[in-house]
Write a protein that binds this ligand. Structure first.
Ligand code: AMP
Ligand code: ZN
Ligand code: FE
Ligand code: FE
Length: 279
C-alpha cells in the first residue's frame, strides 16, 4: 500500500515533514509522497527519516493551477533536480502567495478583525508557507468563526469578503516544466473542477495531450463509485489512476496517512505504473 498525496507543516499541514514517513510506516505503506503546496522544502528532512523507517519517499509537490477558469491542483512527482523551470515556477508562486497573504491580512483588518500579518506568519512554518487554513485557525481563535470550514464560508472562500486571488499557472505549463525536471504530473481531486462528465472527459484528454501521467482517482474524500468512475476515465485516456489521502494533520480531521477515512487502499503497482511515465 502507498499514499501519493500528503501535506506537512512546510505548507498547510500540521506535522513536521519528518513525521510523514513515520505515519506512513505505521500505517503499513511501502511508499509515501510528500506533496506540499508549491514547495519542495520538506523533502530532504522527509527523505532522511524515510530511509530510517524503511519507507520509500516520493519527491512531490502540489501546484496551484488554473484550468478552464477554475482553480485546480496538479501533483508533480519524481522531481529530481535542484533547479530548473519547475523550481522557478514554484518560486514565483510562493512570491505571489506572500503578496496575497499581506493583502488578505490588510483586508481582514479593514473588516474589523484584529489579525496582523506578523501574527499569521507566526502560525505557519515559514512566511511563504502561510496559507488560508492558517488564517482560518486564527479567525476561529479570535471568535470570528466557529470552525475552519465556517471561517472559509464566512470570510476566506471565493466570493467571500476576505477572498484574494493568488497567481495560478496553466497545467500544460506545469507539465512542460515538470518534464524538464524529470517529473510526472497528475490531476489532483478532479471533481474540484466541477465539470459535467463530458466536460471532465474532454479536460482530461487535454491534460493527457499536454503530457500528464495520471489523474487522482482513489482520493480519500471520494465515494467508492466516484473513485471507480475516475479510474475508468483514466483508463480511457491511457493515464495512471493514482490515489492518496490528502492528509493535512489536525486541520483536516478524520483523515489518516495511507488509509484515508479507513477505506483507502492504493496498491504498490500504482507507483510502478507512474514511475514508468517518467520522461
Ligand atoms: P491557499 O493555497 O492558501 O489559498 O489555501 C488553500 C487550501 O485551503 C486548500 O488546499 C484547502 O486545504 C483549504 N481550503 C480551501 N477551501 C476550503 C474550504 N471551503 N473549507 C476548508 N478548507 C478549504
Ligand atoms: Zn493543503
Ligand atoms: Fe489539493
Ligand atoms: Fe492536497
Amino acid at each position: 500500500m502507498i499514499d501519493l498525496h500528503v501535506h506537512s507543516a512546510v505548507s498547510d499541514g500540521t506535522d513536521p515533514p519528518e513525521r510523514i514517513p513515520e505515519l506512513a510506516a505505521a500505517a503499513g505503506c511501502s511508499a509515501v509522497a510528500l506533496t506540499d503546496h508549491d514547495t519542495l522544502a520538506g523533502l530532504d528532512a522527509a527523505r532522511q527519516r524515510a530511509d530510517e523507517v524503511g519507507v520509500a519517499l516520493v519527491r512531490g509537490c502540489e501546484v496551484s493551477c488554473a484550468f478552464s477558469g477554475t482553480s485546480t491542483h496538479v501533483l508533480v512527482y519524481f522531481i529530481d533536480d535542484e533547479e530548473g523551470a519547475l523550481h522557478e515556477e514554484l518560486a514565483r508562486l510562493r512570491q505571489d502567495r506572500v503578496r496575497r497573504n499581506r493583502r488578505l491580512a490588510e483586508l481582514l483588518a479593514s473588516l474589523g478583525i484584529p489579525i496582523t500579518y506578523e501574527e499569521a506568519v507566526a502560525a505557519a512554518a515559514t512566511e511563504d508557507s502561510l496559507g488560508r487554513p492558517h488564517f482560518a485557525g486564527l479567525l476561529v481563535a479570535k471568535g470570528a468563526a466557529e470552525s475552519i470550514p465556517d471561517a472559509f464560508d464566512r470570510w476566506l472562500a471565493h466570493g467571500r469578503p476576505a477572498f484574494v486571488a493568488k497567481a495560478r499557472v496553466h497545467p500544460a505549463e506545469i507539465a512542460r516544466a515538470a518534464r524538464a525536471s524529470g517529473g510526472v504530473c497528475v490531476l489532483a481531486h478532479p471533481f474540484t473542477l466541477e465539470l459535467t462528465p463530458d466536460e471532465l472527459d474532454h479536460a482530461v484528454g487535454e491534460l493527457a495531450d499536454a503530457g500528464f501521467g495520471g489523474i487522482e482517482a482513489y482520493y480519500a474524500n471520494y465515494r467508492l463509485d466516484q473513485r471507480r468512475a475516475l479510474a475508468e476515465l483514466a483508463a480511457r485516456h491511457d493515464l495512471v489512476a493514482t490515489g492518496g489521502s490528502d492528509y493535512h494533520g489536525t486541520v483536516k480531521p478524520g483523515l489518516a496517512v495511507g488509509t484515508g477515512r479507513g477505506d483507502l487502499l492504493v496498491g504498490d503497482e500504482v507507483l510502478e505504473r507512474l514511475a514508468a511515465r517518467r520522461p
